[in-house]
Write a protein that binds this ligand. Structure first.
Ligand code: IDP
Ligand code: MG
Length: 150
């Protein structure tokens, strides 16, 4: 089953939206396969956002993501990467559709509450960056058959 990395960013934590964000994703049918509270350091931030190095917002992005503890999660489900990003809404929260996490709780691109991997390949790399193998647990739930037809 596909997995993705989700981060509840510092604004989500500071605004007390962690429970709401987890609730949205969990109720969608995604299963929590890993979860931890961490305070990202600069080195981890630069690795995680390495693709954006050199862009005008890069330094602010690193400051922002290291400014408070965050929750890192591995979520699992069919098409988990795309389903998570659709549930999150557009990167620029000001354009995000109502009904999405960003569209309901955020209004700018620089404080958009949540991160989700953008491809299955990147999801594997990002999960390995944040989680040891034994910290990610795949398990069945009695409700699985009511969420995913077999
Ligand atoms: P994503 O988080 O939706 O995948 P990316 O383009 O990968 O979006 O950008 C990573 C993060 O960098 C965004 O979520 C946002 O926090 C920040 N970011 C991207 N573009 C801008 C910008 O133009 N100004 C400020 N921050 C930005
Ligand atoms: Mg991205």
């Amino acid at each position: 089953m596909e997995q993705t990395l989700v981060l509840i960013k510092p604004d989500g934590m500071q605004r007390g939206l962690a429970g709401t964000i987890i609730d949205r994703l969990e109720r969608r049918g995604l299963k929590i396969a890993g979860m931890k509270l961490i305070h990202m350091d600069e080195a981890l931030a630069k690795r995680h956002y390495g693709i954006h190095e050199g862009k005008p917002f890069f330094n602010d992005l690193v400051s922002y993501i290291t400014s408070s503890p965050i929750i890192a999660m591995v979520l699992e489900g069919p098409n988990a990467v795309e389903v998570t990003r659709k549930t999150m809404g557009e990167t620029n929260a000001g354009n995000a559709a109502p009904g999405t996490i960003r569209g309901d709780y955020a209004i700018t691109i620089g404080r958009n509450l949540v991160h989700g991997s953008d491809s299955p390949e990147n999801a594997v790399n990002e999960i390995n960056l944040f989680f040891k193998k034994e910290e990610v647990i795949s398990y069945g739930k009695d409700t699985d058959k009511w969420v995913i037809e077999s």
